[in-house]
Ligand binder design. Structure first.
Ligand code: NAD
Length: 288
């Protein structure tokens, strides 16, 4: 299969590298030039002869600007597979535009981070037709360990922002509970041993424990270097609040998590730190 890959940053480069082991991959990025991938000098050149064009870009505005260049030159019937995390509205607009050019589109944001991209163990949550999903399934199988077809265009992004809203909320809850436990004189190991096997357990506690030296290895054990940066969590929480507003859904916990990550990233020292660095943030504060 001929693949055009646009956006070869932290996530895109390892994903493209895994695909290039068995497929003909041509890449384009405004900045990155990863080793081992044949690069072109425009998005259109990477897209023109491809059976599948994959985009892995920072946000919806950039995605739309790239789409304006590539859909017009893609082969009839080719698939545009967008793996970026963007707003639901952009995903649906991109799918409608693909349709108007006789192309197929799938929005398939990922979970699993840079480690998952390198290891080929990402989870994809996909929106689009059955036919388009089937066409790109072999690529999901190379880049990931699981792909869930969530329904029509935009539903992949809907799944992603709902998942990450839960993640943001549970990470904050886990961090504030750790600091409350500290102040109550409860050891962190005991806290982990109880909660990770009790009703307060979550991925944030069990797989990504924000306390250093406790539980599985996580960014907390690496001085909170990301991992999943606090600003990316803020981006996703902003997307979930935009979506909630658009459909009039009451999401008070998502809003509170958004506001706290905004404060952490924009006014405190959260920028450039892992999103689990909420724990040392709570440690430095009292109730006021
Ligand atoms: P990144 O910033 O490392 O990579 C984005 C790449 O896009 C950069 O190399 C940039 O030069 C390139 N780019 C920007 N504008 C471009 C354009 N007009 N044409 C071509 N290339 C362009 O970001 P990332 O961490 O790889 O994340 C990519 C997407 O994946 C984001 O939507 C992010 O939210 C999502 N995501 C990231 C993670 C993570 O852990 N990093 C996890 C899940 C999802």
């Amino acid at each position: 299969m001929k693949i055009g890959f646009i956006g070869l940053g932290n996530m895109g480069a390892p994903m493209a590298t895994n695909l290039a082991k068995t497929h003909d991959v041509t890449g384009y990025d405004t900045v990155a030039k990863p080793d081992g991938i044949t690069m072109t000098d425009s998005a259109a050149a990477a897209a023109k002869y491809a059976d599948v064009v994959i985009t892995m870009l920072p946000n919806g505005d950039i995605l739309r600007s790239v789409v304006a260049e590539i859909h017009a030159v893609m082969k009839p019937g080719a698939v545009h597979l967008d793996c970026s995390t963007v707003d639901v509205e952009s995903a649906r607009a991109v799918a409608a535009q693909a349709d108007s050019h006789g192309l197929q589109a799938i929005d398939a944001p990922v979970s699993g981070g840079i480690g998952g991209a390198q290891a080929g163990t990402l989870t994809f949550m996909a929106g689009g037709s059955e036919e388009a999903f089937a066409a790109v399934k072999p690529l999901f199988d190379i880049m990931g360990q699981k792909a869930v077809h969530c329904g029509p265009a935009g539903n992949g992004q809907a799944a992603k922002i709902c998942n990450n809203m839960i993640l943001g909320v549970t990470m904050i809850a886990t961090c504030e509970a750790f600091v409350l436990a500290d102040k109550l004189g409860l050891g962190r190991q005991a806290m982990f041993d109880v909660v990770s096997t009790s009703s307060g357990s979550s991925w944030s506690m069990n797989a990504y424990c924000p306390a250093p030296g406790i539980g599985p290895n996580s960014p907390a054990d690496n001085d909170y270097k990301p991992g999943f940066a606090a600003e990316l969590m803020l981006k996703d929480l902003n997307l979930s609040q935009m979506a909630a507003e658009a459909v009039d859904s009451d999401t008070p916990m998502g809003q509170a998590a958004r506001d706290l990550y905004a404060q952490f990233v924009e006014k405190e020292d959260g920028k450039g730190r892992d999103f689990s660095a909420m724990l040392p943030r709570f440690q430095t504060r009292g109730r006021t």
